[in-house]
Design a protein. Structure first.
Length: 143
């Protein structure tokens, strides 16, 4: 029998941690990949902005000593970072079905990270965890 080898192309699929990755869960934890954090300038804190007309969240890099600064905390083993922003959900009545992943993360000319809630989708990881645990998604970033 003769082999019929076919080469598998690499394609343009980017791995989860190689692309910009940001999620928001029902506890108000904004979690981002190391790559996204680096692109934001590796700040010690963010000012959290909300555009209620366009349903978008803005994360503006700032210093921890500045007014309304939300501290950046480590998250996970691979250099991810987290910002605790539960007040964002309560203040602006944001009701999430589960953890959502932002699809098209942008940075404006002022280096504000723009997260669009209109295009955010329930995270595939949240779907799998909910199925496995029978409901709630696991909190991967304790601390």
């Amino acid at each position: 029998m003769r082999p019929n080898w076919k080469e598998l192309p690499v394609g343009d699929v980017v791995g989860q941690w190689a692309a910009h990755y940001v999620t928001l869960n029902r506890k108000g934890q904004i979690v981002m990949s190391r790559k996204t954090y680096r692109r934001a300038g590796e700040p010690e804190a963010f000012n959290i902005l909300f555009d209620d007309v366009n349903n978008r969240i803005g994360l503006k890099p700032t210093r921890l000593s500045m007014k309304n600064a939300y501290r950046v905390a480590p998250c996970g083993r691979h250099g991810g970072k987290m910002v605790r922003a539960y007040r964002l959900l309560t203040e602006y009545n944001i009701d999430l079905p589960a953890t959502v992943q932002f699809q098209n993360i942008e940075f404006d000319e002022g280096d504000v990270m723009i997260l669009d809630l209109r295009t955010a989708k329930v995270s595939a990881r949240a779907k799998t965890t909910a199925r496995r645990q029978g409901g709630g998604a696991a909190n991967l970033c304790q601390s």
